[in-house]
Design a protein around this ligand. Structure first.
Ligand SMILES: *Cc1c(COP(=O)(O)O)cnc(C)c1O
Length: 403
């Protein structure tokens, strides 16, 4: 039990529970097993060999932050010495990086949508296409968020087709916003139509777009090779604002490649109303997140995000390079496979990848290793996709596979 490294009081508690519940002969084994299970329930680094770049169970985007111990000028203006504002660092850099007048950071994408609706539309109408009143993973449902915000949802159009004219017919003096929601996690095919934000801009009320994934710029100036083909249809923050959206909302830990956060970006007067709303305080992140997000924003502004953010490094690694690394593992059979973006983004899109496979379901044994390796099992074979494995973890993966 001591080998788990758990603190003494935790081990005493585990032992007491084992004495109370286990067969006397089994107490020791039962306590050891419970201690082991508890140690494995704690947060720890894992090797993501699933090929899912934004794996919801693994915290979506891979994190790489270095934050020194100690205080930070979270709300202190170092120039004037007066009280500062926690939107002045990460948020203002993200605004700059995306071409927005202003930005505000909250806890996650859901909080960003909730705050925008509460601050800009409480007690009034928000028009949403029937095809966009959606549920995004983990119970984020547009009608429910709308109800919590105090805004009234007004459905327009139909499930498969909604035109600008449908919004125009529904606009009234009570309309506070037109809300577009990116269908992040599903596709609609066949007889379909939807209105672009640009078509709605002239109708009067501000257009808010919940983008979800947080691709900052379709031209990906931070990638030496330009935008990869698989990003083709993904809407981006900069272009959505350029098309006339007043406000966009997106997550920090999807295609932005940062920590869990929600970003509200757009017109300064509207972002300011969000910042002043009482909910903003309840939804604000702490300095750990703001620090990490500031590093992410700086990487984009430096145009080094392609090399500095692990998400973009992994997403754009050449498949030949992955094959070379797979050979270097010297374990399992070499295979070509398909990675996905995941995290409820870009459904149906795959990225050519490479890795190794083993016969049978080896996933429990791989998960039991240190560090745990998370692999995929398909058709009775265990697949390790190297796209989502950091190159510096290759030797750990090789060891785990050989064991
Ligand atoms: C992911 C997503 C959300 C929720 O964001 P979280 O950061 O998970 O809270 C909301 N809207 C859209 C369109 C999304 O893709």
């Amino acid at each position: 039990m001591a080998a788990t490294g758990l603190p003494h009081p935790v081990l005493v508690d585990v032992a007491r529970r084992a004495v109370e519940s286990a067969d006397p002969e089994q107490v020791e084994a039962s306590a050891a097993e419970s201690a082991d299970r508890l140690a494995r329930s704690l947060l720890q680094p894992v090797i993501n060999a699933t090929g899912v770049l934004l794996h919801t169970n693994l915290g979506r985007a891979p994190l790489s932050v270095g934050i020194d111990a100690g205080y930070a000028n979270l709300e202190l203006d170092l120039t004037s010495g007066r009280r500062g504002d926690r939107s002045s660092h990460a948020a203002s850099l993200l605004a700059l990086a995306s071409g927005a007048e202003a930005a505000l950071v909250v806890n996650n994408g859901a909080a960003a949508v909730l705050l925008v609706l509460a601050a800009l539309a409480a007690g009034r109408d928000v028009l949403v296409s029937r095809g966009e009143a959606v549920e995004i993973g983990g119970g984020f449902r547009i009608p429910e968020v709308m109800a919590q915000s105090g805004a009234r949802l007004v459905d327009v159009g139909t499930t498969n087709r909604t035109r600008a004219g449908d919004y125009r017919a529904a606009v009234s003096a009570d309309t506070a916003l037109l809300l577009k929601v990116h269908r992040s996690n599903f596709t609609v095919n066949g007889f379909t139509e939807s209105a672009d934000p640009a078509e709605l801009v002239g109708l009067g009320p501000p257009v808010v777009v919940d983008l979800g994934s947080g691709l900052l710029d379709r031209r990906t100036p931070w990638l030496a090779g330009g935008p990869p083909a698989w990003l083709r249809d993904e809407p981006a923050v900069r272009q959505t604002l350029e098309a006339g959206a007043a406000v966009v909302t997106f997550s920090g830990d999807k295609l932005l490649g940062g920590p869990q956060a929600g970003i509200i970006a757009g017109r300064a007067d509207l972002v300011e109303r969000c910042r002043r709303h009482p909910l903003a305080r309840a939804l604000r992140p702490g300095s750990l997140v703001l620090h990490a997000l500031q590093q992410v924003a700086l990487a984009y502004l430096d145009r080094h995000a392609g090399e500095q953010l692990p998400l973009w490094r992994m997403a754009t690694t050449d498949v030949e390079e992955l094959r070379r690394r797979a050979r270097g593992l010297d374990a399992g059979r070499l295979i070509d496979c398909q990675s996905v973006v995941g995290g409820g983004a870009l459904p149906g899109i795959t990225i050519a990848s490479a890795g190794v496979e083993l016969d049978g379901d080896r996933s429990p044994a791989l998960r039991a290793g240190r560090p745990p390796v998370i692999a995929t099992v398909r058709d009775g074979r265990t697949i390790c996709d190297l796209r989502t494995v950091l190159p510096e973890q290759d030797h750990l993966l090789a060891d785990a596979l050989k064991r």
